[in-house]
Design a protein around this ligand. Structure first.
Ligand SMILES: [Zn+2]
Length: 427
């Protein structure tokens, strides 16, 4: 249900781009960006002020428009064309006016704000960009398969908090090789179920990504060889992260020269860039350490270090525990790294499949070797204080497609069970 609401009627046929002067709206109030277009050229073509064009479409970075994006063309005085805001979109949504929230839009249509928020998976205080489609009760809502070929339903997240992982589910009428990307990274789709008609991908959000709207692009190559895709706007919301300064002791700082730090980063990045398409786990992750040992430093804290290039946020979750405490695998996977490192200390990395890796740093002893298969609960090593560490603890890190995300979400939530697909959630 979440996804349908923020569904933009965007369609780009990249293999066969529209003519540069084509207009999508029957009244000429919208325009679909063609390859090579700039906002300046579009503004000139329609004789509207550039800043009015930017404002009408809620564009935050004018250098970031993309082929297939639908723009509202404002009137010459900057106001929005009546047709653009009055029309019900092809998915049965209405469009927001400048400055509206879910609450004010609901009031305009005589609707209960909480119900509109629920339908759109958004709080009533959510700010909307001008022209943004919003579902309201009582509208006939066809499934978002309209004009989207073999894709029959998409459930994409409306909003994801910095450092958290969203999930997208796609239903198709036949097995499809889906292509998608989020913030410049490819989405890795995995079929769930036996018929291959439902696919799933994680949408990991970097903890430092600026809050705002980002397009999630999804498409496939048709039997005629055309690439068709649509974009979903996904709101990145700021996370509840603190700030701390880490002062590294002089003896440790002396070892951590820029060369050592950079070489080590390249080593771990290379490790978690080797993506295995299979999925090795089905259950929620288990804690990698006994519940007696609480979190001492949560994921995501913004940090500055007295040693350069270590990083600018806490990429994992720390559990304080005495030296020698058992560290266990939270889920099945293959050990792909087990070696001493300068910053991370005695380190182990496990590949859980489809781009998901977990890392365990600062161990006193490693109990596994690269190439070993581990099951949930198998011992990986012992808690220690090796590398850049100021006391015995386990640093537990989870990477998806190389992006560090909050690992605790994988304990709290089953991996592949999401909300019902949008098509069956229509009122
Ligand atoms: Zn840590």
């Amino acid at each position: 249900m979440v996804a349908l609401a923020l569904f933009l009627a965007l369609i780009g046929t990249l293999a066969a781009p529209r003519m540069a002067d084509a207009q999508d709206g029957s009244d000429g109030s919208t325009y679909t960006v063609a390859p090579g277009d700039t906002l300046g050229a579009i503004a000139t073509r329609y004789s509207v002020p550039l800043d009015a064009l930017i404002a009408a479409n809620g564009i935050q970075d004018p250098s970031l428009i993309r082929a297939g994006q639908e723009l509202i063309i404002p009137n010459a005085d900057g106001s929005l064309p009546i047709a653009a805001v009055a029309a019900v979109t092809e998915t049965g949504a209405v469009r927001a006016l400048a400055g509206e929230t879910i609450a004010t839009l609901a009031a305009r249509f005589g609707q209960e704000p909480a119900l509109v928020g629920e339908l759109n998976g958004a709080p009533v205080s959510r700010r909307l960009f001008p022209g943004q489609p919003v579902r309201i009760p009582g509208q006939a809502v066809p499934p978002p398969s309209v004009n989207f070929g073999a894709i029959t339903a998409v459930d994409a997240p409306a909003a994801i908090v910095q450092g958290r992982t969203g999930r997208i589910y796609v239903d198709t009428s036949r097995p499809l090789l889906l292509r998608g990307d989020w913030n410049g990274q490819p989405l890795i789709f995995t079929a769930i179920g036996d018929d291959g008609l439902r696919q799933f991908a994680f949408v990991p959000v970097d903890s430092l990504l600026e809050p705002g709207q980002y397009p999630l692009n999804l498409g496939y190559i048709t039997t005629r060889g055309d690439f068709v895709q649509r974009a979903w706007p996904v709101q990145v919301e700021s996370g509840p992260y603190d700030y701390q300064e880490i002062v590294v002791s002089e003896d440790k700082a002396a070892v951590l020269t820029p060369d050592v730090v950079v070489a080590e980063r390249e080593r771990v990045v290379e490790t978690w860039s080797q993506i295995t398409p299979s999925v090795f786990w089905e259950e929620p992750f288990e804690r990698p350490i006994d519940t007696d040992y609480p979190t001492t430093s949560p994921f995501g804290t913004r940090r500055t270090y007295s040693v350069a290039d270590i990083g600018n946020f806490h990429a994992g979750q720390d559990f304080g525990a005495p030296e020698g405490t058992l560290i266990t695998a939270p889920a099945p996977g293959m050990v792909v790294l087990a070696e001493p490192l300068a910053v991370r200390g005695n380190a182990v990395i496990i590949d859980h499949g489809r781009g998901v890796f977990t890392g365990y740093w600062h161990m006193s002893e490693r109990k596994v070797e690269p190439g070993m298969w581990v099951n949930t609960g198998d011992v990986l090593g012992l808690v220690g204080n090796t590398g850049l560490s100021t006391g015995a603890h386990l640093h537990w890190e989870l990477r998806i497609n190389g992006v560090a995300v909050d690992p605790m979400q994988f304990i709290d939530e089953p991996p592949f069970v999401g909300p019902e697909p949008a098509a069956t959630a229509a009122p």
